[in-house]
Design a protein around this ligand. Structure first.
Ligand code: BG6
Ligand code: MG
Length: 219
C-alpha cells in the first residue's frame, strides 16, 4: 500500500527547471558548447557538478579546465540561478500542486523532498511551502546523484517508509530512472514522449490528484 510521496522540486512543484536551463545555457554559450534540447533534457535532475561535466563533455572540453576552474564556473552559474530564484513567489507554484499537497495531508500521506538542488530549502521558502516539507534529503549526504536511486531511497527512509510504499514525482528522465531503480512507483510530470519509462505521466499538474493516480495504478 502506498503511504508516502517523494517529490522532486525543480520542474515538479515549480518551474525552477526553467531557471536552471537559462543559467546553464548561458554558461554553455560562454564556453562555446552547442546547446540542444537533448542536452537540456539530459541536464535535468543532475547535480551541479555533474551538470557542468555533461556540458563540458558535450563540447569535448572535459579536460580543458582544472578542478578550481570548474568550481568557479559552477559558482558563476549558481549566482545567476540565485538571481532568478529571488523573483519566486507562492504564485509560481504549478497549478494544482498546493491543492494536491493539501489532499495528501488530509489523507495522512507522508511526504518528503528528493531534490538534487542545494538551493531547495531556499526555493521552498520563497514558495512558502517549508511547512509542508519537514523532511528534505540533504544532497550533500549523497554518494551518487540521479539517476542513482540513492536519493529516492533516502527520501523514503526519512519518512519511515520502504521504497515500495512510495510514489516518486519527477520531471527528469534521470529522476524517473532513479525512482524505478529504487522500486518506487514513478509519476512523471511533463511530456510522455520524453518520460517514456515512467509508470504514469501527467502533462498538466492540475490533473495530479489521488483519484487520477489511483485510476492509473489499476491500469
Ligand atoms: C536539480 C535540477 O533539481 O538540481 C538541476 O533539476 C540542478 O537542473 C540540480 O542542476 C542542482 O541544483 P543546485 O541548485 O544545487 O545547483
Ligand atoms: Mg526536476
Amino acid at each position: 500500500d502506498i503511504k508516502g510521496f517523494v517529490f522532486d522540486l525543480d520542474g515538479v512543484i515549480t518551474d525552477t527547471a526553467q531557471f536552471h536551463t537559462k543559467a546553464w545555457s548561458k554558461l554553455a554559450d560562454q564556453l562555446g558548447v552547442q546547446w540542444s534540447t537533448e542536452l537540456q533534457n539530459g541536464l535535468k535532475g543532475l547535480s551541479r557538478m555533474d551538470s557542468l561535466e555533461l556540458i563540458l563533455k558535450t563540447g569535448n572540453k572535459e579536460n580543458d579546465y582544472s578542478q578550481a576552474e570548474k568550481e568557479k564556473l559552477a559558482t558563476q552559474k549558481n549566482n545567476l540561478y540565485l538571481q532568478f530564484v529571488q523573483t519566486i513567489t507562492p504564485a509560481d507554484i504549478f497549478p494544482g500542486i498546493k491543492e494536491f499537497l493539501d489532499e495528501l495531508n488530509q489523507h495522512g500521506y507522508l511526504m518528503s523532498i528528493a531534490s538534487a538542488s542545494k538551493n531547495a530549502p531556499t526555493v521552498l521558502d520563497k514558495l512558502e511551502l517549508t511547512d509542508y516539507f519537514e523532511h528534505v534529503v540533504d544532497p550533500k549526504t549523497l554518494k551518487r546523484g540521479k539517476p542513482d536511486p540513492e536519493i529516492f531511497i533516502k527520501a523514503a527512509e526519512i519518512i519511515g517508509l520502504k521504497p515500495e510504499q512510495c510514489i516518486g514525482l519527477e520531471d527528469a528522465t534521470a529522476g524517473i530512472a532513479g525512482i524505478n531503480a529504487a522500486n518506487e512507483v514513478s509519476l512523471g510530470v511533463g511530456s510522455p514522449d520524453v518520460l517514456t519509462e515512467a509508470d504514469m505521466v501527467f502533462e498538466d499538474t492540475n490533473k495530479i490528484t489521488l483519484a487520477n493516480i489511483e485510476a492509473n495504478m489499476n491500469k
